[in-house]
Design a protein. Structure first.
Length: 528
């Protein structure tokens, strides 16, 4: 038996031996039908005792064969979307009341409901209906903007092309009153009710206080976040979205931020272990500050020990030149346990700009990580002497390499050269003196020529600790060789004593003057 039998009583006698008044007709309960479905109808006649009548013949008829067709063999076929009636009649018992059922034929793609009908950008929205299997879908759009699919759950796993729930993220920059459209291989459907879209993503307001993502044991991802039109605090400063997450144990982590709309602005995304918002900062000064022992990772945000790089010649903070890029990918090996901050700066625009962010466990890289990892920030700089002569890698777009070395009494000359294997690569080298004791990280030498090969020579480095920062200007993942040669100091080099002797107060004054020229840029400043 294919299903529940539906019955009807019958009327008075027609023949002498006809006990039709005690007979009833039953027919299989019709399931919800879908286009091109077919099934064999089944029915029977029962006597007054509930026993089947032998050799009873049941005839089936459809009120509208253009929707549901039934042949002489009792085979039902769903041929068009709609509703009609199917009737079962006992042929030999004409006085018996016929049994009638409603036959509903569903389309191959239909949307029954959307929950909730009011949502923020980046919030989960469930679509219930027919034919929502992701294998059959092209796109789901809200006001013309694609809503990325999170998951699909069929009511019956054996029939994923029938009833199911499709979960998507509400995409920006959909209008406040938006229409949802679903397109697939089986056609398209527009949901008749309007969706109300709240013009903020689910983490707002997070431009002046951090949205805490909590512990992320495996992965966090949201492809429908939005940069707002203007900062919520009403300032003219370039705004930012600010997040924190907890790394419960030391483990590999990968952070990705990407935006097709904002493009190169996401290139300034960075991660740090310390970040505060200074609401009392002047309107022409960036309000974000980092602590005295913090580090940052991210293009144009190379802070070390709470300090930016410094150009002693110009008396200004210094950011190495890099080619803008539409996304930031930071892979960190053995990130320590603790709370970390992610800042995604952007420029105000006329409409909310969409971006996506993912934070996961594991080390994601375009090419294999090298033996020096983790050395993406100064606190974990690798020993230059241990890796001189090695083949290393810029393993991701925008990956950087920090190395550390020391110059003993009497000073030294040093030559550092690199050679990249990728024809589009252009490595730049920066030698930085660690004068954090007086609040400076001056760049004392740089090799920033064009091409695959790069070198920097410093004839007289004074006694001090140093960093070597290696950046690929276009951000191309590549293998490269690194060589460092040390020798005795020669005359004519930088005066190490003078370098360290300039009064801190004077340097601090230069620093603050330089910061005033960086009005509004979404780049933090040291907290003093």
């Amino acid at each position: 038996m294919l299903g529940v039998l539906i019955s009807a009583g019958v009327g008075a006698c027609l023949y002498p031996d006809d006990r039709s008044g005690e007979l009833e007709v039953q027919m299989i309960q019709l399931p919800t039908l879908f286009l091109k479905d077919s099934l064999r109808l089944q029915g029977r006649v029962l006597d007054g005792n509930g026993d089947p009548v032998a050799n009873a013949v049941i005839e089936y008829r459809s009120d509208d064969p253009t929707i549901v067709a039934v042949d002489a063999e009792g085979i039902l076929r769903a041929v068009a979307v709609g509703t009609t009636q199917v009737t079962a009649t006992a042929v030999e018992y004409s006085a018996a009341e016929a049994v009638t059922q409603t036959a509903i034929v569903r389309g191959l793609l239909e949307v029954d409901s959307v929950v909730p009908l009011t949502a923020r950008f980046g919030e989960f929205v469930d679509i219930y209906g027919v034919g929502l299997d992701t294998a059959d879908l092209f796109t789901v759009t809200v006001d013309g903007f694609e809503a990325q699919v999170s998951s699909f759950t069929p009511l019956d796993p054996e029939k994923p092309n029938e009833f199911g729930r499709l979960t998507v993220w509400m995409p920006p920059p959909a209008e406040r009153r938006s229409t949802m459209t679903v397109l697939g291989i089986n056609g398209g459907v527009v949901f008749p009710e309007s969706l109300t879209v709240i013009q903020r993503d689910i983490f707002e307001p997070n431009d002046t206080s951090a949205a805490h993502l909590g512990d992320i044991p495996v992965a966090f991802g949201n492809p429908a976040l939005a940069f707002e039109v203007v900062p919520r605090d009403g300032s003219v400063r370039a705004p930012s979205d600010w997040y924190t997450f907890t790394n419960a144990v030391q483990q590999d982590r990968t952070l990705i931020v990407f935006s097709e709309v904002v493009g190169a602005e996401t290139y300034r995304v960075f991660i740090t272990d310390s970040l505060d918002y200074d609401g009392n900062a002047p309107a022409d000064v960036t309000p974000f500050t980092i602590g005295p022992n913090s580090w940052t990772i991210g293009p144009e945000t190379y802070f070390c020990e709470g300090l930016p790089l410094w150009n002693l010649v110009t008396g200004e903070e210094f950011s190495p030149a890099e080619l803008p890029f539409p996304f930031t990918l930071v892979a960190l090996k053995d990130l320590p346990a603790g709370t970390f901050h992610v800042l995604a700066p952007y420029e105000p625009a006329g409409d909310p700009a969409r971006y996506e962010m993912a934070i996961g466990t594991g080390y994601l890289s375009v090419i294999a990580q090298d033996a020096a990892e983790e050395n993406d920030y100064c606190n974990v700089a690798a020993d230059l002497n241990s890796f001189s002569g090695s083949t290393l890698t810029i393993d991701n777009f925008r990956d950087v390499e920090w190395f550390r070395f020391s110059v003993g009494a009497g000073g030294a000359s040093v030559t550092i050269n690199t050679s990249s294997q990728h024809e589009d690569s252009d490595l730049d080298l920066y030698v930085i003196a660690d004068l954090s004791a007086i609040g400076l990280l001056p760049v004392v030498g740089a090799g920033v020529g064009f091409g695959q090969d790069e070198s920097v020579t410093l004839d007289s480095l004074p006694t001090a600790d140093y960093y070597l920062l290696i950046i690929d200007f276009p951000g191309v993942p590549t293998q490269y060789t690194l060589n460092a040669t040390f020798g005795p100091a020669t005359s004519g080099g930088p005066d190490g004593a003078a370098l360290a002797a300039e009064p801190y107060a004077a340097l601090a004054a230069k620093r603050e003057q330089a910061r005033a020229g960086r009005a509004g840029l979404p780049r933090p400043r040291p907290h003093r």
